[in-house]
Design a protein around this ligand. Structure first.
Ligand code: 6PG
Length: 238
């Protein structure tokens, strides 16, 4: 698939991690209010990893109708449900254990079942779900997003399955489940959260048009990328 020219990116430079968290909270709150006003529900896909946990913690204070929120995970690690490295555990500890989102509206990926079974089960969960209102995604050092890694299947082509079983992920743990690029792209809005010096190369490759997995996320409305401004500066003299 030619990734070079099929992703509309809006880069939003922020001064530091705190500014990124503030901007992300604003985007999530605005998207939630608009979705609930227009459709009575807010369907949000959560990013994993470490970057988003402070954002999730900030969501505790949101004044909203939590009964209208429907939450999904862009990916999950195939670990026991209570493992601290599980994305669902990170999100619960930071946020969901503190707010009254109806448990049946929090759609965790059953990573404890193993990649194949959990992937099939989550595809069934998503079968009756339409376009997401907002998808949150991180960016890995190698340009991965969710659990879509370089030199692996991304499920970007139209008609791709909604979920992928990943067995040899280069980022531990090796076994994961990921929404496909095609399913992550079925969204009214996609917001990437990019902070940390370790992401500099991935940001540079992305902006240079290299075919990293993050470029495979191509919603009709394009993607918004919150990025620390230092990661956009090219080293002087080179
Ligand atoms: C995961 C994440 C992964 C993450 C990136 C960035 O399960 O590991 O879904 O895609 O978002 O690796 O991770 P950090 O935010 O920790 O840098």
């Amino acid at each position: 698939m030619n990734l070079a020219d099929s992703q509309q990116c809006r880069w939003h430079a922020v001064s530091d991690g705190h500014a990124l968290q503030t901007a992300a909270l604003e985007t999530i709150s605005v998207s939630a209010a608009r979705s609930i006003q227009e459709r009575g529900q807010f369907h949000l896909v959560l990013a994993g990893g470490n970057s988003p946990s402070k954002i999730y913690r900030g969501l505790r204070a949101t004044q909203t109708d939590w009964a209208a929120w429907h939450l999904y995970f862009g990916d999950e690690r195939c670990l026991p449900a209570d493992d601290p490295a599980r994305n669902s555990r990170m999100v619960g500890d930071a946020w969901l254990d503190s707010v009254p989102v109806p448990p049946l509206q929090v759609h965790a990926i059953a990573g404890e079942l193993g990649a194949f079974q959990a992937s099939r089960q989550y595809a069934e969960t998503l079968r009756t779900v339409g376009d997401f209102d907002l998808v949150l995604l991180g960016l890995g050092e190698d340009g991965h997003t969710a659990s879509l890694f370089p030199n692996h299947e991304w499920g970007a082509a139209p008609g791709s399955p909604d979920t992928l079983a990943v067995r040899d992920a280069p980022k531990p743990p090796p076994e994961r489940v990921s929404m496909s690029a095609a399913r992550l792209s079925r969204a009214r809005q996609v917001l990437f959260l990019v902070s940390g010096e370790s992401k500099r190369v991935a940001v540079s490759e992305w902006r240079a048009g290299k075919g990293i997995p993050a470029r495979a996320i191509r919603p009709t409305s394009g993607v918004d990328i919150l990025v620390e401004s230092a990661l956009l500066e090219t080293p002087s003299g080179r």
